[in-house]
Structures are given as structure tokens and as C-alpha cells.
Design a protein around this ligand. Structure first.
Ligand SMILES: C[S@@+](CC[C@H](N)C(=O)[O-])C[C@H]1O[C@@H](n2cnc3c(N)ncnc32)[C@H](O)[C@@H]1O
Length: 217
């Protein structure tokens, strides 16, 4: 097993990352989200966290005013820049735990398949800092996996805080332990309670999404 950090793991996985979107059983959900997500963020200037290879950026870009997408991995960003070459989309190396202050503050936020990698003890502080990086009234969409037996990689262990981990293999045969939490609707609603407005939870068979508006802090 490697001792890679999360950033190193995703850097190494970049060339094979998009295979996760080819799982046959998930295609129906994916088509549905590809239609829903752009509508949810339409017309907004968006700060996207952990954009990876730009898989979701490509669907949001045609209807967004602008997108400032960050990821910690130069390898995934390189793929994203080729995939979404639009002038109003910027892919920038950055850290989800130390967000940029953009001027003007973005009117939308998106984080796809990122919250599951945030340790439970850091979820609330991450969300507060995400809110602070956006303007009051900004619309946010968080989206991530539901655990589905037979489709999801099994959970290998759980720590004292309740964080769960998976052992993942890459094409080169290396194996990596990766933090991956599967939040329930209640956990998500609790995480944003009191710090956001207009919360809506959406669920598909393999995925969930949480929509909300940022309130002035
Ligand atoms: C599961 S992938 C999601 C990629 C993309 N959002 C998607 O849905 O296809 C998680 C991403 O988080 C990035 N990442 C890991 N740690 C990060 C950090 N501290 N700050 C920003 N991005 C990070 C990885 O490089 C990877 O691209």
C-alpha cells in the first residue's frame, strides 16, 4: 500500500480518472444529472472546488457566466484545460482548504465529489470558508456518491471519528487507502444548519446533491 497523500493519489490517477463515469449501471443517473446541474447554476459566476479533469465543468460552462475552477493536481488540471477550452473558464491550481478571494465574489459555487474526501471534523469549517468565498445569495451545489453495494468500492475501515476509507487500485498495480465518506441526507442538512438558506436535497440511485443559498455572515 502506498503512503500517497490524497493530492498525490489523484495526480497519479488523472489519466484514468474519467473511467469512473463509464460504469454502465450509473449511466441513467449521469444523464439525468447532466441535464439538472447546468440549470441549477445557470447564469452565475462560479467558484468550482476540486474540479479534477473538468468532467462537470464541461456541462456547466455553456450556461455559466464564468467559472474559476481549482484543483490541487496539475495532472488533472492539464486534462481539464484541454476538455473545456472556453475563454470564460479558468482552471487554477489551488487548495480547497485555503480558498481564493475573487473580485467580485462569485454568485455560485460547485463542488463535485469533494465533500466525501473532507474529514468529518473539517466539514463545517470547509463549508463556512466556501460560503465566505462567495457573495451573499450565491447558489451552491454540492454533489457526491451514495454507497451502493456492488457498484461502490467496499469500505475497508473506519476511524474513531467515523471517517470511512477505501483501498483503491490504479492501472499500474499500486494500491492506495483513500478517505471517502458517504453522507446521509440528515448529516448533510446538519452540516449546513444555521449557515445557509433554501436547502434542497436531491437523490438519484448512485448520487446525491445538496443545493442551498449563501447567507450574509
Ligand atoms: C473525486 S475527485 C473529483 C473531481 C471532479 N470534481 C469530478 O467530480 O469529476 C477529487 C478531486 O479533489 C482534488 N483534491 C484533492 N485534495 C485537494 C485539495 N486539498 N484542494 C483542492 N483539490 C483537491 C483531486 O486532485 C481530485 O481532482
Amino acid at each position: 500500500m502506498s503512503n500517497f497523500t490524497m493530492q498525490q493519489y489523484y495526480g497519479a490517477r488523472a489519466p484514468e480518472y474519467d473511467r469512473v463515469y463509464l460504469k454502465p449501471e450509473r449511466q441513467h443517473d449521469l444523464r439525468s444529472i447532466e441535464s439538472w446541474l447546468p440549470l441549477a447554476l445557470s447564469g452565475r459566476s462560479i467558484l468550482e472546488i476540486a474540479c479534477g479533469t473538468g468532467h462537470w465543468t464541461q456541462f456547466i460552462a455553456p450556461v455559466a457566466k464564468s467559472i474559476y475552477a481549482i484543483d490541487s493536481s496539475p495532472e488533472t488540471l492539464e486534462i481539464a484545460r484541454v476538455r473545456v477550452p472556453a475563454q470564460h473558464v479558468q482552471f487554477v491550481e489551488g487548495n480547497a482548504y485555503s480558498l481564493p478571494t475573487l473580485t467580485p465574489l462569485p454568485s455560485g459555487g460547485f463542488a463535485g465529489f469533494w465533500l466525501s474526501h473532507v474529514p468529518i471534523s473539517s466539514v463545517r469549517s470547509f463549508l463556512l470558508s466556501f460560503n465566505q468565498a462567495l457573495c451573499p445569495g450565491a447558489k451552491v451545489v454540492l454533489m457526491d456518491n451514495r454507497f451502493v453495494e456492488g457498484s461502490s468500492t467496499p469500505i475497508s475501515n473506519q476511524d474513531a471519528d467515523g471517517n470511512t476509507y477505501q483501498i483503491r487500485s490504479l492501472a499500474d498495480g499500486t494500491t492506495h487507502q483513500v478517505l471517502k465518506n458517504f453522507s446521509t441526507e440528515k448529516q448533510l442538512r446538519d452540516a449546513v444548519a444555521g449557515i445557509v438558506d433554501n436547502v434542497h436535497y436531491h437523490e438519484w440511485e448512485y448520487y446525491w446533491a445538496l443545493e442551498y443559498s449563501v447567507i450574509a455572515s
